[in-house]
Design a protein around this ligand. Sequence first.
Ligand SMILES: Cc1ncc(C[n+]2csc(CCOP(=O)(O)OP(=O)(O)O)c2C)c(N)n1
Ligand SMILES: [Mg+2]
Length: 600
Amino acid sequence: MRLTVAQALVRFLANQWSERDGVEHRLIAGVFGIFGHGNVAGIGQALAERGAGLGDALPYYLARNEQAMVHTAVGYARALDRMSTFACTTSIGPGATNLVTGAALATINRIPVLLLPGDVFATRVANPVLQELEDPRSYDVTVNDALRPVSRFFDRINRPEQLPSALLAAMRVLTDPAETGAVTLALPQDVQAEAYDWPEELFARRVWHVARPVPEPAALERALTLLKDSRRPLIVAGGGVIYSGASSDLADFAERYGVPVAETQAGKGSLRHDHPWNAGAIGHTGTAAANKLAREADLVIGIGTRYSDFTTASRTLFGRARFLNVNVAAFDAAKHAGTMLVADAREALRALRPDGWRASWTFEKPAYVVPSGFTQAAVLDAVNDAAGEDGVVVNAAGSMPGDLHRQWRAAGPHSYHVEYGYSCMGYEIAGGLGVKLAAPEREVFVLVGDGSYLMMAQEIATAVQEAVKLVIVLVDNGGFASIGGLSEAVGARRLGTSYRLRGPSGGLDGEPLPVDLAANAASLGADVLRAGDRDDLVAALAKARESARTTVVYVRPEPGPGTEASAWWDVPVAEVADNPEARDARTHYEQAKRDQRLYL
Ligand SMILES: Cc1ncc(C[n+]2csc(CCOP(=O)(O)OP(=O)(O)O)c2C)c(N)n1
Ligand SMILES: [Mg+2]
């Protein structure tokens, strides 16, 4: 079949499916893109032609920023437990390098996305082309090489013959639960337009079976021995529990053996908030109750967690515990010198059946305290009420992830979507768009700080274009509350953390910046409601829920006590400094560091 490389690529993608537990999904649900000279004549032409065999597959979505479209693909894929994602097509040069942050986010969170950046001519006859790097040491290097370290698979298609094997490798990595992340196929612009005689079989319907690896018997024996030795085990549930669909097996295990479950950011919602064995959020953004269990546990059973520094409180949280790590990726299972149980979370929980054993400790589940006033905690509480049983909350960076982790009453495994692997400002709206595309029947509540909003609000226009309805709660506190607090704590005097005009002293300490973010949101096509107190907010959220249009609810909460950190986070403080706050902070830092262990 004679087609261009781009036409062949598009036709191939339209015929890829994923399958797990007998349920099939289109592996590539559509294509997000921004066209330029590096992809318009190749991929652009192929998508516009929509040749025979494409049917209604691969709808095209115009985004506003290449980074944002990767966030959207991640939001979508995560909401569908990684069974389906989007392809992202870009021009060469800046369009391609704008993908780098999104790719890193996808790879760190182990979420599949397919990136298709254009690349400079393979023939080099017209070089240097517009936006070409021209590395004097090697013509082989292009800006797209910046995507290599943040991709789980990277290839450059310099010849049409290379396409079939690259495509198969790309699909394998996207659908491998242990290896998945950003997958990049760099497409030189001349090669995209080049014709070739392809075998028909390349375009056959192909189903990628997403594995549920079962534990190896000997590893299972070792895990059972370790379990039976333990009196005070604590489960740390990570994102892997949710992607595996292991929630009910986890609940069953916790109840049967009396094991409390603490949740990471990605794992929150593994158990419902009111499940008697849900001990709450763990780590630096965790609750005092869960962290107390972590300090006393003799065995930590990590399930589908990568043990970020937030989870382990920078390796200060777990006392003398040993680790049993259930993970589909050996890389994560081996952490903290743990006993490795390399397996799918659901399969491992079903196999772990320690006869005649039950943990011998109990814990008090703290009662939920309704925050008062119109603080940020109160805003989150009101949004939580509005979200109810079917809502999804989306957030990523700033001071809200900590409050949300501790405070949010998650109704189930897909109701809490906080991106905290990369904690990337700007994920919120773009990621929320992906969540809503994956779950149109659910209300999606995007919580976004003013800092994150100013970094990446433009996808509101994409949501309006697609009539994809989001409820965006824009929390304006005049700058970086989170980093402001951190700055103060490390002796950096809040430098550059609030949005102010340059003042008479020459510093950024003048009047508050006269920027109207609510007006900005309206200008992008959203309906905007301003809420000045809790009653206003409750009414605005109810109105936003009822509306069919993307609505931004703008709030300026009063400063007030947030939820308290109950475990440390390692942020190194200046070892020598003139200012006394920094010297003080260093003393505290050195004290805290004494609790840090290697977990060997
Ligand atoms: C892309 C990116 N740049 C910088 C940071 C570091 N950072 C983390 S939170 C934050 C401030 C966020 O401000 P805002 O969204 O207003 O949230 P707030 O802290 O006020 O709650 C910054 C700069 C980041 N996480 N991501
Ligand atoms: Mg802010």
